[in-house]
Design a protein around this ligand. Sequence first.
Ligand SMILES: N[C@@H](CCC(=O)N[C@@H](CS)C(=O)NCC(=O)O)C(=O)O
Length: 227
Amino acid sequence: MTPSGAPANGGPIALHYSPGACSFAVHAALRQAGAPFELARVDVRAGDQRSDAYRAINPRERVPTLSIGSERITEVLAIALWIERAFPDARLFPTEAFARAHAFEWIAYMATTAQPLFRAFWRPGWFAEDASAHAALQATAVARLVAVLADLERIVAERRVLNGETLGFADFYAAVYLRWANTFVEPVPFGPTTLAYRGRLQAHPAVAAALDVEGVSLDSMKRRSDP
Ligand SMILES: N[C@@H](CCC(=O)N[C@@H](CS)C(=O)NCC(=O)O)C(=O)O
């Protein structure tokens, strides 16, 4: 291991990301870890994920991908586990067994429940080619996402953070969904606890730096570069 904790033979680290996408959690984690890394922009809004160049990196056409030398890791959770091992001082996850399990519980819940619901809302055609089914799919996705937000409000009220005692990877990942929630119903049904939690996330140094570099904020889906 190098003094920073990075594997000596790993090679340079590059995060393939899109502004404000789920790759944001990985971006904040790399900053929290003090990892030396480069950002490679793959703008999913512009369709860059479908380019031949990116398909050669990740044939699933998704971000994030983390390159470490010639090695590639995809899937937010798998990447987080690699960063944790490579940079153990970053404390991305709790060490206490139950707190750790609960942090992973929330990451899994967001990845397997919230993420596909946003996909159904934004791209119903992914789930049903029949366009006449899209409005119903979107309405169901919104109703279920409102329930996810209520669940988040409850759990943050109970525990203050998702990641044990201090903001960590599970919370960085929740930041992505809090941002996305700005799109699906007006006004966004955030409770007071969630709003305070979002404020703490925005003020976290690694989150704030990643938001700034990506040109996004947690209280809007707009990018700084948007007209
Ligand atoms: N299960 C994957 C989901 C990755 C994913 O869906 N990424 C989105 C951005 S948040 C993406 O790249 N979408 C582009 C597309 O589907 O065309 C993970 O957790 O990393």
